[in-house]
Design a protein around this ligand. Structure first.
Ligand SMILES: [Zn+2]
Length: 77
């Protein structure tokens, strides 16, 4: 009794890193800032060329990658 087992703590070495960066579809050289509101209204901004979009809508809980793919679909023609 009392054999206390040592448990290996599962510690992931990876911290939650910085959010992934996506390249601006216009200048293609600068990480875009993607902000997603709770209602799925996303804002995209490039600090370099000034490109910005506020009319991207994704599902609530979507990830920046979803916004980005939508954005490139809108921009790329
Ligand atoms: Zn840009």
């Amino acid at each position: 009794m009392g054999g206390r087992r040592r448990r290996h703590r599962i510690v992931s070495p990876k911290k939650r890193g910085p959010p992934k960066v996506f390249r601006c579809p216009i200048c293609e050289g600068f990480p875009l800032r993607i902000i997603i509101a709770k209602d799925g209204h996303a804002r995209v901004q490039c600090a370099y060329c000034g490109f910005s979009r506020e009319d991207v809508h994704v599902n609530a809980g979507a990830e920046p990658i979803d916004v980005y793919s939508k954005l490139t679909a809108m921009e790329g023609s």
